[in-house]
Design a protein around this ligand. Structure first.
Ligand SMILES: Nc1ncnc2c1ncn2[C@@H]1O[C@H](COP(=O)(O)OP(=O)(O)OP(=O)(O)O)[C@@H](O)[C@H]1O
Length: 251
């Protein structure tokens, strides 16, 4: 079966900083795929290039077999993207923002209205639907951005830290939405720093460090008999300088 997302030889440098040093990933259809790695490992840069948001220096990305950078108009409708560090149209209300995303994707207006109302209810944003996004909390902004990623019913969801700043009740709702999406044959790729969450949700995982894939495969093969956090630290290395902050102590 054609992979949902195939990333081959992706590279990106920002001046002298090599953010992504050659990443290959094959993400099967129907998988719930976790991308983990330390701060600055290159996760966001990789996901941005894999979704058409950032031009790679080198490499190829295929979405369901379609070359994303050669045929973006065919590939992008298959993607639902929750980018990191959202810059959104925050002078719209949540309801307007979801409608805008749906109309931009070419959905008919009545369908957009119905989906918008479903998404606001499913993500517990009903009462916030008429509030400007600029007045949202961080978690509410994350949820409305997720609604925008879902509104056109994509085949592949690429989510950069979708649970960051989200309360436990909303996190439960998002988990259910994503698990149902995968059960129905969709593919989720998400980055996260919460290893327990990745272990709970993902069937495959990649550990990325210094712009490279350090380990990749099924959750069990990557864990190699340990828990994911221990394996992560083993591969990535602990903080080198365990300096004692003696001045922080009161006694
Ligand atoms: N626009 C940019 N300009 C310059 N350097 C950048 C830019 N974006 C990312 N970098 C650098 O590229 C490297 C990878 O950053 P990236 O944001 O991809 O890491 P990450 O794994 O997503 O980190 P985090 O877990 O902290 O979100 C870092 O060294 C970062 O400083």
């Amino acid at each position: 079966m054609t992979p949902a997302l195939q990333i081959t030889g992706l590279r990106k440098a920002f001046g002298a900083t090599i953010a992504v040093a050659g990443i290959d990933l094959e993400i099967p259809q129907g998988s719930f795929y976790g991308v983990v790695g330390p701060n600055g490992a290159g996760k966001t840069t990789t996901l941005s290039m894999a979704t058409g948001l950032l031009t790679p220096d080198a490499g190829v990305v295929h979405v369901h077999g379609i070359d994303l950078w050669r045929e973006p108009q065919r590939a992008k409708p298959l993607l639902g993207v929750l980018p990191d560090g959202l810059h959104t149209f925050d002078r719209l209300t949540g309801a307007e923002l979801i409608s805008y995303a749906g109309l931009l994707r070419g959905l008919p207006a009545d369908e957009v209205r119905a989906r918008r109302d479903d998404l606001l209810a499913a993500l517990d944003l009903d009462s916030a639907g008429r509030t400007l996004v600029t007045d949202y909390s961080a978690g509410m902004t994350k949820k409305v951005a997720l609604a925008c990623a879902l509104v056109h019913a994509p085949r592949v969801l690429v989510l950069d830290e979708p649970f960051e700043a989200v309360d436990p009740v909303s996190a439960g709702a998002i988990r259910r939405i994503l698990l149902t999406f995968v059960e129905d044959g969709g593919t989720v790729v998400m980055s996260s720093h919460v290893m327990a969450l990745v272990e709970r949700l993902c069937d495959r995982v990649a550990i990325v460090g210094s712009g490279r894939v350090l380990a990749e495969g099924t959750l069990d093969s990557v864990r190699a008999g340990q828990d994911l956090e221990a394996r992560f630290v083993e591969l990535v290395g602990d903080v080198a300088d365990q300096r004692d902050l003696a001045w922080l102590r009161r006694s």
